[in-house]
Ligand binder design. Structure first.
Ligand code: PGA
Length: 250
């Protein structure tokens, strides 16, 4: 039985003081969640958020990093910096990083490798645009993303991995994939993992849905057999996140 994982992706929101206040709001609301609960926060909020959630079961994730440990990479943050600060999870390959910041699958694959080498658990994002959804090629697209991004990653690593299926047309739009649409692709991803590795690995990898998941639709999405959690943007910044986290309670 896979443990559900509910991760907030705060994106570029919350100053350090706002971040601490949000932690204080959310802590009592997620304390009975049976799922793993993760707050993925902006780099500058990591240190205060790690302090704010100390003594709880909440884990802290980062939203980005670079593949080198240190050096002349102005503006970047490294895996050793994140690990020392107390970060456990790292979002990799989010569509905003792919589309706005030009990250390609070669870099994303390097980031997945670096995360594992550093003891960080990747939350690897994949997902199709509205064009690919409409022209019916979204399955091939997802299969290609997964194959590229996991090149050279071992079965034992994949068992620890979290994959987030985030259809781009559902991110921040208020338009959620139906639970059937989300289940279809999450199952497809599990089948791809079974083909690339084996069924044991496919049964262990946790696959989240992301894209306008909220207090109203979380329970239905999380009831689907291949949806093991959620990556939540907008609703992670408000008390709704507590409802989503508890919606995973069986
Ligand atoms: P959303 O974002 O919940 O605001 O749609 C999800 C994400 O981009 O991770």
């Amino acid at each position: 039985m896979r443990k559900k994982i509910i991760a907030g992706n705060w994106k570029m929101n919350m100053t350090p003081s706002q971040a601490v206040a949000l932690c204080e709001t959310l802590k009592p609301l997620v304390k009975d969640a049976q799922a793993d609960v993760v707050f993925c926060v902006p780099a500058i909020d990591i240190v205060p958020v790690v302090a704010a959630v100390e003594g709880t079961d909440i884990a802290v994730g980062a939203e980005n990093f670079y593949i080198e440990d240190k050096g002349a990479f102005t503006g970047e943050i490294s895996a050793p910096m994140l690990v020392e600060a107390g970060v456990k999870y790292i979002i990799i390959g989010h569509s905003e990083r792919r589309d706005i910041f030009g990250e390609n699958d070669i870099l994303i694959n390097q980031k997945v490798k670096k995360a594992f080498a550093s003891g960080l658990t990747p939350i690897l994002c994949c997902g199709e645009s509205l064009t690919l959804r409409k022209n019916g090629t979204y399955k091939e697209w997802i299969a290609r993303q997964i194959a590229w991004d996991l090149t050279g990653i071992t079965a034992d690593q994949v068992k620890e991995l979290v994959i987030a299926y985030e259809p781009i047309w559902a991110i921040g739009t208020g338009e959620t994939a139906t639970s059937e649409q989300a289940q279809e692709v999450c199952k497809l991803i599990r089948d791809i993992i079974a083909e690339m590795y084996d069924t044991d690995t496919a049964e262990k990898v946790r696959i989240q849905y992301g894209g306008s998941m909220n207090a109203a639709n979380a329970a239905e999405l999380l009831a689907m057999p291949d949806i093991d959690g959620g990556l939540i943007g907008g609703a992670s910044l408000k008390p709704d996140f507590g409802v989503v986290a508890n919606a995973a309670n069986a």
